[in-house]
Design a protein around this ligand. Structure first.
Ligand SMILES: Nc1ncnc2c1ncn2[C@@H]1O[C@H](COP(=O)(O)OP(=O)(O)OP(=O)(O)O)[C@@H](O)[C@H]1O
Ligand SMILES: [Mg+2]
Length: 364
């Protein structure tokens, strides 16, 4: 039996997207999508690894949708850049992208800043103001640090998201605005909800799609491309052509970057600024925190500082070396398995099984 295609009313505006979905075969993202528009409109965005490619694929899939997007991730992971990519990849790209710096808006000024006001509607309202929502009409409103939004104004934002209308201060008639909402936070919103600091209904409204930006230490395949990218840019700006020595590059590749991409970019900028025109930049020029990690916490480089007694068979020497490396990582991290495993480039489970195999438990 042949299934009948569902019939949708032709002129229902709400259903245009559904019509499209039913009428077109599912589209696969083109192979080259990762470098597509983003590279034309945002040459500063590097898509160098699997994780970033997945993010770009999501952006590409929702380019025709108005679904609100919540971008989460540690500081410096590229949330703002991704918000811009979402805007420029969407059909709204010719219209404004208006950033809203949430923690800079006091609750008393929230409504007038966002929804606008009429001249004379309150002391200090010397002229009409259209507000950020109307300024973004047809485009995107980007709420940065949404986790900092005061509880007292969360309901007002929720109402706006639900109704798509604003009521400027001093006006009596609501005004329809067509904006796409993108928000970002480096806080664990779920924890804020549990603590009663963030409304659950607002969270669900904002997180139509959630994009999680992984910390750089969990997407190391991006690091080489990012180093080269920031190196090129810095050299062009400084009009110099220094090169990285092999060891300096190795240290840059193995560092953990708690400040994520922002920290990597700053480190590269600093190296280029300090280098002479054609210098081969030695590892010693790196910031002390990078060298500290290499000396104290660098899993790869630490191997050289262990001594294996002579006369051991190959497997005994390997076990001894492993034992010393693990012991030292555990000591350094006060027996915190997760951190020690990360230093050693192992999974927590992998480290556990090595500890058992090498009989290291008793002193743990
Ligand atoms: N994929 C990327 N390619 C090139 N540069 C990047 C990339 N991701 C981030 N950056 C750069 O890293 C820096 C930090 O990025 P961004 O400001 O987007 O981070 P963030 O997650 O919004 O940080 P915060 O939470 O502190 O606001 C910026 O200079 C940005 O240009
Ligand atoms: Mg940001």
């Amino acid at each position: 039996m042949k299934l009948k295609q569902p019939q949708l009313p032709r002129k229902c505006r709400e259903c245009t997207v559904i019509h499209e979905i039913f009428q077109k075969p599912p589209e696969a993202p083109p192979q080259e999508f990762k470098e597509m528009r983003a590279s034309e409109l945002m040459p500063e965005l590097v898509v160098g690894g699997r994780s970033m490619r997945r993010v770009m694929e999501t952006i590409w899939r929702i380019r025709r949708s108005n679904v609100p997007v919540l971008i989460t991730g540690e500081t410096g992971t590229g949330k703002e850049l991704v918000a811009r990519a979402l805007h420029f990849e969407s059909q709204r790209w010719k219209n404004p992208l208006i950033p809203v710096n949430t923690h800079a808006i006091t609750p008393s000024l929230f409504e007038s800043t966002l929804f606008g006001h009429r001249k004379g509607s309150f002391t200090g309202a010397h002229r009409d103001s259209e507000g950020l929502a109307r300024a973004a009409d047809g485009g995107t409103l980007f709420f940065d640090e949404i986790g900092d939004l005061q509880t007292s104004v969360q309901a007002k934002l929720l109402r706006f998201l639900q109704e798509g209308e604003i009521l400027p201060v001093g006006e009596t008639k609501p005004v329809r605005v067509d904006v796409r909402m993108v928000a970002a936070t480096n806080r664990r919103i779920e924890k804020e909800i549990e603590a009663g600091q963030f409304r659950m209904d607002l969270f669900y409204r904002l997180a139509g799609i959630q994009i999680e930006m992984l910390p750089l230490r969990e997407r190391r395949d991006e690091i080489p491309g990012l180093i080269d990218h920031f190196w090129r840019i810095s050299c062009a700006k400084e009009m110099k052509a220094p090169r990285l020595s092999g060891r300096a590059r190795k240290l840059l590749l193995s560092y953990d970057y708690p400040g994520n991409i922002r920290e990597l970019a700053n480190e590269v900028r600093r190296l280029v600024a300090l280098a002479s025109a054609r210098e081969r930049v030695p590892a010693e020029s790196l910031s002390p925190r990078l060298l500290d990690q290499a000396n104290g916490h660098g899993p790869n480089l630490a191997a050289g500082s262990f001594k294996v007694p002579k006369g051991l068979k190959h497997y005994e020497a390997v076990n001894e070396l492993e034992r010393q490396m693990i012991r030292s990582a555990l000591d350094r991290r006060s027996n915190n398995l997760t951190r020690a495993a990360r230093d050693l480039g192992l999974t927590r489970k992998g480290l556990r099984s090595k500890i058992r195999r090498l009989s290291l438990e008793p002193s743990l």
